[in-house]
Design a protein around this ligand. Sequence first.
Ligand SMILES: [Fe+2]
Length: 294
Amino acid sequence: MWRFLQISDLHFGEAPYPHAINQSMHRQIPEIMHCLRKDARELEPDFLVATGDLANQKGCDPVFAARDLLDFLDLPYYPVGGDADFQEAESRTWFIDAYSGHLPLADTVYSFTHKNLHFCVLDPWRLWPDGSLAPIMPSDESREEVWALPPHQLRWLEDDLSSHQDFPTVVLVHYPVLPVPEHRGPCDDGKPRGRMVKEHLLLELLANHKQVKLILTGHSHYHSIRSHKGLIEINTGSLIEYPIEYRDFHVYEDRVEVYTLGLSNEAFAGESLIEGREWPRGRAEDRESVIPLD
Ligand SMILES: [Fe+2]
């Protein structure tokens, strides 16, 4: 057995995350990362994946500061970009510069193989009301925020999966692909948190590559585990919001087991909770699962 970890949505920056469901612990990110570093050291994962919204401020400096925080964990890791990371025309260039020591190639779309698993990282673009796709976040917050995969990424994914057919595969993408789960409760602002649209294009492509077993996502700040025609989507909550947890994947030859772990310092979870908003921790079936690989 070998293991890897997933964290998501650090939103590192000076401002509190404005759309938090519970208390956003942004001021305690250094303490949270200290605790995670200590806890992760005992688990001895092969690596960690961070599924987007790593920095939450405009400009170059927060991108590098978030990179330094992840470097502090002292683990190999793979970064995935999200809408909060890509707010400006230069954002992807900064992201690639900051994470050059962790990306297998100078791109926000990439793949890698580790032991018996293959991983594909995607970077959807914003879909505008006129149907066009643009790589950066919208400036008009009154509009619903939706993202879709540009055709060239779908072609890249088709080629990559075709050339790695023998490996069970995990797709990493910031935005959940499946519809909002039933256990999702209300947010303060009442707005949907945005989603991937034209998702049928991705799901149809993946259906033709049965080696794809898992999609790992973030963005929504709650835990869910759902299935769609044999494909499992695991959405992981924010590391700075209740319940301040991460995922632990145990990889065997014939299966992946996923567990949901809190920090050894339980005070973070307690302080982050607003009474009555326990739902982001998910139901029992959103916290553990076994995914067959054959
Ligand atoms: Fe996001």
